[in-house]
Structure formats: C-alpha cells, structure tokens
Design a protein around this ligand. Structure first.
Ligand SMILES: [Zn+2]
Ligand SMILES: [Zn+2]
Length: 376
C-alpha cells in the first residue's frame, strides 16, 4: 500500500471500500494471557448475565455457573434453550469484564452410566442440552460428574458414560468447548474416584475434546493425602501417570469437611476444613499446576463467605485481589431466593444435601414423637 501514489482521489467513498483484512488467526481472549485465574461458582438466579457481575464483584476473574436449574429435568427441549438475546448480552458483558475461563457445571440428575434405559436416554438428552447451552454462552469448559453404576459393573458404567457423551455431542461442533470429567469423592457407586476410571472414559472418547477437572475436596475424600508436601507430590505423580497433568484444565478448589478417605463429599471454606491453609498454599503455587483455573465451590454460611474465600486464594497466591466494583454478594442472593426458587436456581452443592436430609429426618422424628405423645 505504501507504494501507491498519494495524489489519486478515490472514485468511491472510503466506507464503501471492501477491505481485505489480513488473515491473521483471531486474537486469543484476554483471559488466555497467562495470568492467574481465580474463580467462584456463582448463582444465575434472576439473570444469567448477573452471575458475571457477581463473580467480578467478589474479586474473581473466572467463574463457574449452572446454565439452567441443576436439580430439575427441563420440561422440553425448548424450555432449556438460552434466548439468543440473553446469550449475546452474556457474551458482551463477559468480554467487558474480562472474565475467563467460563466453566459450566452440568445438572446433578444426569447419569450417563445408568443401567436404566429411560434414565439414560433422559441423561443423554439433558447432556446434549448442556452442550448446546454451553456453546450458546461461549463457555470454555463443561464440567461433568461422570455418573454412577447404580447396579451395573464399573466396566459397563464406563462404556455407557463414554457412549452417552458421544451420543450427546452428535451433530454439534464443539469449537472451543472442552468437556471435563470431574474426579469424585467415591460416594455410593459413583464413577471417577479413581483416576484410572477417568482415563478409561477419556480413552473411549478419543474423538471428543475432553479433559479433567480435579476437585481438591474429592481427591482428599477419595484417599489422597494432599495435606503434606510429600502427599501432594505423590497425588500429582499419580494424576500424571494415569490421566496426565496436561489433561487437567480446572482445579475445583475446596477444603473438605470430611476426613481423608471418608468417601463423603462435603466442601468447606479454604483453610477451615481438613485439608488446611498450608496445603492450599502448596497446591495453588505448585509449578505442575501453573496455568490452571482455580474455581471455588465453597459453602455460603455467613454473609461475606464468598468474598473471603476468593480473597484467601489471592492471598495464598501472593497476589492482590483484582480491582473490583462493589458487587452483590452470594449470601444475599441465596437468601433472597428461598424455597422453591432457591431449589430451582440455587447453587447448593450435593455436599450440602446430607445436612438438609438430616434436618428433614429430625423434623419428621419430632413430629412423630409429638403425635405419639398426643396419643394418635
Ligand atoms: Zn467440584
Ligand atoms: Zn463436591
């Protein structure tokens, strides 16, 4: 262009000109600049784009959300779709806030490993919906609990899960989206408390963009003692030899209420549980885990818990909490949507279910006692 004579007046308006853009690869999103990424699971109650402002307001630069109600089957295909206008608004807001990666957690009811044909078909359809919504929102990762055997053998469950994932993804172009299998605590007949099981699923899904999300509370409850430096080395070595650390993209960073090898999934605040602050300092700064997104799924017991847990991670990383605007607090949101609405949209993790079940049981016991006293 520099050789062109300068004195020629163009015969057409500049704006009309078709400009051949240089064919450079698209610029990578801001979050892929190699900076440390700390995120938190935030509520989509009310408005899905609001989750972005919540995460940002809490001092996170990454986030995880459910893309629809986590404990309900959608009534039909259309009810679980995200409106195009909402998706656009979400993408624009996310870009403005520079948040990433965006992680979506799948519905808790999905069990691709189920031997029950109806439940399995429903799960495949629901997981397809998860993929469609994740693509609409421009998510980077979709984290999935692998599933549970529910009476079938581990081997059968593993092949059913892999088949289910491939069926659910059929016909979709998963560009930029990666499915991450999450390791489990080993409760019930769940698949994935052993990394060999995750490896087996990955091997059967060779044609899909796959990876793994390691949950610190789950790996600890499954028997890996990550409290000590040597224990952490051993656990990382084990992950490396089974699935390969290169396949780990996200770390669910949660302390554990339950002890080592308890096989019970109960999350705690960073530094307040059985794993402890010192261990989290080692995990967050371990060179083998550099570049991973650390995403909190900690409980909200008191106002400010979310903010404190985000701040705890930045502090352990030796970094300032990123500049933030005053944001809404997860506590306020959880307590604003009570009852049915909270169940529909809430962010309660399965680890909180035992408490709820225990409360319901105690209430039933009291009621039974009362009616017995009344002589009924
Ligand atoms: Zn998790
Ligand atoms: Zn958990």
């Amino acid at each position: 262009m520099a050789e062109e004579p300068q004195n020629i007046v163009p015969a057409y308006e500049d704006e009309d000109e078709y400009r051949l853009e240089p064919t450079l690869p698209p610029a990578p999103p801001a979050w892929k600049d190699g900076s440390t990424r700390v995120g938190i699971h935030t509520s989509i109650a009310g408005d899905i784009a609001g989750a972005l402002d919540i995460a940002h307001g809490l001092g996170a630069n990454a986030l995880q959300i459910f893309s629809s109600s986590p404990r309900m089957w959608s009534r039909d295909r259309d009810s679980s779709r995200i409106q195009a206008a909402d998706a656009t608004r979400f993408r624009e807001r996310r870009e403005a806030l520079g948040l990433g990666p965006l992680v979506i957690h799948d519905n808790y009811l999905i069990n691709l490993g189920s031997p029950d044909r109806v439940l399995r078909a429903r799960s495949v359809q629901a997981f397809h919906g998860e993929l469609v919504r994740a693509l609409a929102l421009g998510a980077d990762f979709l984290v999935a609990h692998p599933g549970a055997c529910c009476g079938s053998s581990m081997q059968d469950a593993i092949s059913a899960i892999a088949d289910g994932l491939r069926q659910a993804a059929r016909g979709l172009k998963l560009d930029g989206l990666r499915i991450l299998l999450e390791n489990t605590a080993g409760q019930g007949s769940s698949v994935g408390s052993r990394f060999e099981e995750l490896r087996a699923i990955l091997d059967l899904c060779g044609d899909l963009p796959m990876g793994v999300c390691v949950d610190t509370a789950h790996i600890f409850a499954a028997g890996h003692d990550i409290r000590t430096a040597e224990g952490l080395e051993r656990a990382l070595q084990h992950v490396e030899t089974t699935i390969g650390l290169a396949n780990v993209y996200v770390i669910h960073t949660n302390d554990s209420k339950t002890p080592l090898a308890s096989r019970v999934d109960r999350h705690d605040h960073i530094g307040k549980g059985q794993i402890g602050l010192e261990a989290f300092g080692r995990i967050l700064n371990h060179p083998l885990l550099a570049g991973r997104a650390f995403i909190l799924e900690t409980p909200i017991d008191k106002p400010g818990d979310d903010r404190r847990n985000v701040a705890a991670l930045w502090k352990l990383l030796g970094k300032e909490v990123p500049k933030q605007r005053r944001g809404r607090d997860g506590f306020a949101i959880r307590h604003r949507v009570k009852g049915r609405a909270a169940r529909r949209t809430g962010r309660a993790h399965p680890s909180e279910r035992p408490r709820k079940a225990a409360r319901a049981k105690a209430a039933a016991r009291r009621a039974a006692l009362k009616s017995r006293r009344r002589g009924n």
